[in-house]
Write a protein that binds this ligand. Structure first.
Ligand SMILES: [Fe+2]
Length: 268
């Protein structure tokens, strides 16, 4: 296994691993630490069946249910299909996944199955670096704040069963300590957070969007330009990510998504 950094702030390519084969305990451990260190791992030229993909993803944690179940693969419901010909919009706003869960994902894993000829990349930002770059007084302020998280309102296609299972408000700290790495990172999802504790929804949204604007400098962002067969593993505990809708919508862009369960976010 060889690990080569892809960007000064985060992201590394992992070579010498076929994710279609069983992965031994030593390699699993090394990959889990590599993810905590580099925050985004890229495996090129993979050829995986859904079952092989699920087995590989479990290196990073137990695959968990995704709450917009209408987009899950019928025979493999732990794999979500990301494609835009079925009415989904690319998630172009910075976010981390499924913050409305008590134990949100440790990682989001994406497999490039069909890739448009240009555009349609995925950007990942290092929220550990974003935290360090904030002024001292704002870092202290953020450490005292929590968000309440729920499924996005106003999405007409949300199934009633998903709303019932995953709609209850869940509180998370806005700064969390990484369970493997021990460092702190800024943590929130602007459209899943209904509000910040003690603030109105309007003031909460205004503060989060101002924070995003100040934090997301190019120095802390790795942009992944997809190739067919790429597997991109994103550490959701210390990053935010976004899709880019800058591709020809007549072309197909199909990613298979797995999320794996992590710990309950806490600030240590
Ligand atoms: Fe996402």
């Amino acid at each position: 296994m060889r690990i080569t950094p892809l960007h000064p702030a985060l992201g590394a390519e992992v070579a010498g691993i076929d994710l279609g084969q069983p992965i031994d305990a030593t390699t699993r451990q090394a990959l889990s630490h590599a993810l905590a260190d580099h925050l985004a791992l890229v495996f090129r030229d993979q050829a995986l069946t859904p079952a092989q993909y699920l087995a590989a993803a479990s290196v990073f944690g137990p695959p968990m249910e995704q709450h917009y179940s209408q987009h899950n693969m019928p025979e493999f419901p732990l794999i979500g299909l990301i494609w835009h010909q079925n009415g989904q919009q690319p998630a172009e706003q910075w976010h981390t996944d499924h913050t409305n869960r008590e134990r949100p994902p440790a990682a989001t894993i994406l497999y490039g199955v069909e890739i448009p000829s240009a555009g349609g990349g995925t950007s990942v930002a290092n929220m550990r670096a974003a935290y360090v770059a904030l002024p001292d007084d704002e870092r202290r302020r953020l450490e005292g704040l929590t968000t309440f998280n729920s499924l996005e309102r106003g999405r007409a296609d949300t199934r009633r069963e998903d709303q019932d299972k995953y709609g209850a408000p869940i509180e998370h700290p806005m700064v969390r300590t990484h369970p493997v790495h021990g460092s702190r990172a800024v943590y929130f999802h602007i459209s899943k957070a209904t509000h910040i504790a003690g603030m109105t929804p309007e003031a909460s949204q205004a503060y989060m969007s101002d924070l995003l604007e100040r934090m997301m400098r190019p120095e802390i962002v790795y942009h992944h330009a997809w190739r067919k067969g790429d597997v991109l593993v994103i550490d959701d505990r210390a990053t935010m990510h976004r899709a880019h809708g800058d591709y020809d919508r007549r072309e197909r862009r199909v990613l298979w998504r797995i999320i794996v369960e992590g710990d309950r976010p806490r600030l240590a």
